[in-house]
Ligand binder design. Sequence first.
Ligand code: TPP
Ligand code: MG
Length: 413
Amino acid sequence: MELPEMRYPLGRNQLLDLYYFMKLTRELDRQLVRLFRQDKVVGGLYSSLGQEAIAVGTAYALEKQDWMAPMIRNAGSLLVRGFQPRDIFMQYMARAGSPTGGKDNTCHFGDIHGRHVVSPISMLGDLIPVMTGVAMGGRYLGQKLVTMTWIGDGGTSTGAFHEGMNLAATQRAPFVCIVENNQWAYSTPVARQAPIRNLADRAHAYGIASFIVDGNDVAAVYQTTRQAVESARRGEGPILIEAKTMRMSGHAQHDAADYVPREMIRYWKARDPIERYDRWLRLNNIWNAKQKADMDARIDRELKQELELAEKSPLPGPEQTEVGVYCEGCHTIEARWERPADRVQPPKAGVKAAWTIADFGAFEADAPGSAPAASPSPSRAAGKRPSKRAGRGTSRSKPRSKPRAKSPSKGKR
Ligand SMILES: Cc1ncc(C[n+]2csc(CCOP(=O)(O)OP(=O)(O)O)c2C)c(N)n1
Ligand SMILES: [Mg+2]
């Protein structure tokens, strides 16, 4: 049987990878719930139950040189990026062997030098300007990298989100923002959060492109994100993707989510991303029941070993509390000038970025008689946007190709 047409075709191993990482995330989640009930988790436990397709499908669309900054429901993205389940187990149990040495919990860790992962920031929205800055830095160094972060429906109401998106848009930063619309921000439903049906519509305010994707369809999530990543890499500016899904458990383990209507849960349970993808793989003859069972058994085995390893790691000694709080020579903090320092400091700081974008910053007024717009470059603003072809399960809200400067209306002030 032929696979459905895909803009970015995936081989069998890659298709199975998507299942592997989603199922690994779910089983990891399940194990963590057990550990929480055994009182082995230090602090809160945040689940990505029902949202695995987003974490996995989006991170899978990034290249090695790209950068990401996950949030609490992105354990799947960390696994795709090469972290091991033991890292997450140990992190939640605050063990000495965890990426933060037991000093922080949840998914609050990163790896700047190796995997290009910026650690989460708890203050919702703040990762948007940070990842915009990383994108601008990458462009400046000519690295052709794309940056990505995730934010919830509730997080899109913060000032930092709007400020960050506006900065990304005006800088045409190679940045992809994934809005995980899981219907709830703690106990606040989306309708009480924003008076718009699609959070992707927020992109109009910044004059950037956006997609809406079925967040429970991992293939669609991958295709759509890949399209956005390629577009951002070409220098066509940031893109916002709204992935619609459902938070299938409480905000965290302490929240029984009694306020969520049961029929809502039933509706989304019937659209479970992992079961859906398994059906799709069978329908397309990618695998059969036996091969699936083998994969599930492999995941169980691996997780068991990972958990054993994590449980063997001790809690950090009390003397560790004062280690690494301030840098006392443990890091060499100095700028890594990848271009000669005298070229990037005044008076020569205006040196052209190594990766230039033809019409960057050239927005101009298009209404006849309007005041001339300030424009750092003489070229016209014909900012290319992503092609009209969207991925499976995707719809796209069209940005205004040329943000307009309003002409002063006569007689009105
Ligand atoms: C600026 C800011 N305000 C409030 C909080 C507290 N807080 C943490 S998570 C959360 C709800 C987030 O909802 P949403 O963005 O939809 O993400 P979800 O939990 O659904 O993934 C809130 C209010 C915070 N961390 N940062
Ligand atoms: Mg939410």
